[in-house]
Structures are given as C-alpha cells and as structure tokens.
Design a protein around this ligand. Structure first.
Ligand code: LLP
Length: 417
C-alpha cells in the first residue's frame, strides 16, 4: 500500500499530516516513509531468502544516515562509489563485509581507505584500475578482493543517460575480453578474485534485459570455471524501475521467479544493488507556492523548490507527479511548475495539469526519495533543504536545513586580495 495517501483531502506521510511536518520544519523538505523503505528492502530479502544473498542499497540514490542505518539494521549492505559513501556506510553501521565498491575512477586515497576498511569487494572497471589495486594492496601487505564489472552489451531499454550496459558507455569491461582480464588478475599477487559484477542501467521496466544479461554472465562464469577461475559472488547490480507515472516495473519477486531457476545448482552468493526501487517511492518533496504568474503564453506556478533541490526534471526531463498537500474544491489549471533558480531549465513540471492552487499553499512532488537530495546542490547559494523521516505517527528531522554560514564554510579570502 502506498503510504503517502489522502485522508479527508489532506496528504499524509504514513500517519502524519504532511502539513504538520511543514509547520514544524518549513519548506522545501524531503519526507521519507520508514515503513515504505523497509518494505522495499524486504521485498528483495523475501524474494531471495532461499539462496545466499546480500542486498546492497545503492547509497547514490539516498545517502541520508537514517536511511542507511535503517537498511543496515534490517540486514542490508551498501553499494558505494566513493570514499564519501564508504564513510557514510561505515558511520551508519553497515558491516564492511556487506559493502561493494563500484565506479570507474577510484582514487589511490579511496582505494586505501576501502582496503583498510575491508570492504567485501571492489567492482573493477579497467586494467589500469586492476593494476593500481594490486600495487596499493601490495604496499599495504593485504589482498584486494575483486569482481570485474562486465559489460554484457545489452540494451536496458531505458533513458540513455541512465543506461550503462552498452558498449558505447564508459562502464565495465567488454564481455568478450573478460576471460583475459580474469587471467591477468590471477597472475597478480595481491589480487583475490571473488566475483563478477554487472549493472546495465537504471529505471528498467522490463525483466528481459536482466535475464538476457544474466544468461551471458552465467555462460562467462562457466567459461571461467573451465579455466580454473572460481567465482563465488555474482553481483547483478541494481536497476529495477519504479512507477513515476504509469510504468509497471517488475517486483523483486518477479525477478526472483526468473532468476532463481537460472541459479539452481550453483554455489553463488547473489548481490543486489537496488537504489531507486527502495528509495524512490519512499520519499516526497514538499514545496510552497510562492507566486502565480500568468504569462502571455503560459501559466507559471512558482514554488520554493528548484532544480538545485530536485534535478531530475531538468536533467532527464523526468516526470514527477505533483499534487496538492491539501486538496481544494477548485478546478484544474495547466501550468509549468518552476523553481526560483535563474535558469530556464529550472522546472519541476512542464505544461502539467494540476488542481488550481493559491499562493501560500503547498504541493507535493512525488517519487522523489531516490536521486533527489543526493543530487542536490547549493547552486544560486541556496541552502540544502531539510530531510524528515516518518514512522507511523512519529516524525524526525534527519537532516536539518542548511544555514547561510554553512554554505560558505570552508571558503577563505587570500591575503593578496
Ligand atoms: N549499481 C550501480 C553500479 C549503479 O551505477 C547504479 C546506478 C545502481 C547500482 C543503482 O541503480 P538503481 O537501482 O537506483 O536503478 N541519477 C539518475 C540515476 C543514475 C543511476 C546511476 N547508477 C536518476 O535520477 O534517474
């Protein structure tokens, strides 16, 4: 059940009226539902309970400490792509043995930090990176546990900006070259081959790309085994989509139905890296209507959340449902819902039919729990906004709104000015 629901015309987050949160915390504010986050994590846990697995929540989708802690408390791990995310994961209590580290550009400092922290494995994306890992691990007198990120050249049928598994993108190692890479890794003294990784893209609404990619990867595992290279971890990445508008993405249980039979008889621990499918529909962005403006050609609803707070519409032209926090009895209008940032690209919705709304009223931008706050910035010197988590009738500030002095913290004026 969706936990952002109307009761008597008023939008609730679980059992808390969104209006109550707004009166205490102000706007704009991200609001996350504890029970939705948990239910989404459990959907993976339950679907794959019959086999060894780790659900590594993709921190890039939502890295608030409270969210990570919730995942860790219920058995989840973390998929990280930077030293900063490693820091967050460890601070929130994710066991290092449940952390997988991806990304094409890991720095020496980050690699050292991850080796020292004993993460489960590095998802390696190039020969250079492999050799660097070997060198650094050797210097530290440890072994670097690795998986290669394999690019299976499968079209995930999603937006090109969030598609990764095709040859033309920077990610992974071409599947045809994979055996050579593994052979090279075997020759390196400070490398420990642990697994294989793939992630073909995000917001996937069909199962077939997962299945096609998995078939290719399993065939590769068999090839490697013939070469005497055993694989114990199969990381199938993230990518299951969510409903923003009318998409009907697969549920983890449907994925399990297809995937479990394919894994029968194999001694593999499966790793998942879901981000959006856990956090996306577990969060909303509440914003205040500052002004209404009737242009010659268009009507504008100007709100206090901008592209710096939620970048997805501007960057990907993505759709987020927008609805009033308190339903009125007025008709509908068609408008662009825009923010205060000085860019024409600063919009949350274009030409959207929404219920007629007045100045001072509030709107909720739905499906904003993933890649919302994490992609936000201080552009136009706008403070990062507050984040709140709701559980039943309670709610808590899980990140306070930034102050102006926090924005300039770290800046300095040199003597020569
Ligand atoms: N694993 C890897 C290696 C990834 O690159 C990603 C996402 C994930 C897991 C998590 O994927 P998910 O389950 O969330 O689909 N900013 C974009 C999405 C970028 C996704 C990048 N990689 C957006 O707002 O749609």
């Amino acid at each position: 059940m969706h936990l952002f629901q109307y009761k008597n015309g008023e939008l609730y987050a679980e059992d808390v009226p969104v209006r109550d949160i707004i009166s205490e915390v102000g706007t704009p504010v991200y609001i996350y539902s504890h029970d939705t986050l948990l239910r989404h994590l459990m959907a993976y846990e339950d679907a794959f309970r019959s086999i060894p697995h780790i659900t590594c929540f993709a921190l890039k989708s939502n890295s608030n400490a409270a969210v990570i802690k919730l995942m860790a408390k219920h058995g989840g791990g973390a998929d990280i792509v930077s030293g900063g995310e490693l820091f967050r994961a460890l601070r929130a209590g994710v066991p290092p043995g449940k952390i997988v580290y991806a990304g094409v550009g890991k720095t020496e400092e980050e690699i050292r930090y991850a080796l020292k922290s004993k993460v489960l494995m590095f998802n390696v994306e190039s020969e250079d990176e492999l050799k660097e890992l070997d060198r650094i691990a050797g210097g530290m007198r440890v072994k670097a546990p690795i998986a290669f990120r394999i690019n299976p050249d499968i079209d995930p049928l999603t937006h090109p900006y969030i598609s990764t598994g095709l040859k033309k993108y920077k990610f992974g190692i071409p599947i045809e070259d994979a055996v050579e890479y593994y052979k090279l890794a075997r020759r390196l003294r400070n490398i420990d081959i642990l697994g294989i990784h793939k992630h073909i893209g995000s917001q996937l609404t069909k199962i077939s790309p997962f299945v096609d990619a998995l078939k290719k990867i399993l065939a590769l595992i068999d090839k490697l085994s013939k070469q005497g290279i055993p694989i114990s971890y199969l990381d199938i990445g993230g990518g299951i989509g969510i409903t923003y508008k009318d998409e009907a993405p697969p549920h983890p249980s449907q994925l399990a139905q297809k995937v479990l039979p394919m894994l029968k008889g194999r001694q593999l621990t499966i790793v998942f890296e879901p981000g959006r499918s856990i956090a996306g529909n577990a969060g909303i962005l509440a914003t205040k209507v500052l002004y209404l403006k009737n242009g010659h050609k268009k009507q504008f609803v100007i709100v206090d959340a901008g592209m710096n707070d939620l970048m997805r519409p501007s960057l990907y032209d993505s759709y987020h449902h927008i609805q009033p926090v308190v339903k009125g009895r007025r008709g509908a209008i068609v408008a662009d819902v825009v923010g205060p940032v000085c860019e024409s690209g600063d919009f949350l919705a274009k030409g959207r039919e929404i219920p007629a709304i007045k100045r001072g009223e509030y709107l909720a931008v739905m499906s904003a729990g993933a890649y919302g706050f994490t992609m936000s910035s201080n552009y136009n010197s706008r403070p990062k906004i507050a984040e709140v988590m709701v559980k039943g009738k309670q709610f808590a500030l899980v990140r306070k709104r930034e102050t102006y002095s926090e924005i300039i913290k770290g800046e300095a004026i040199p003597d020569f000015i």
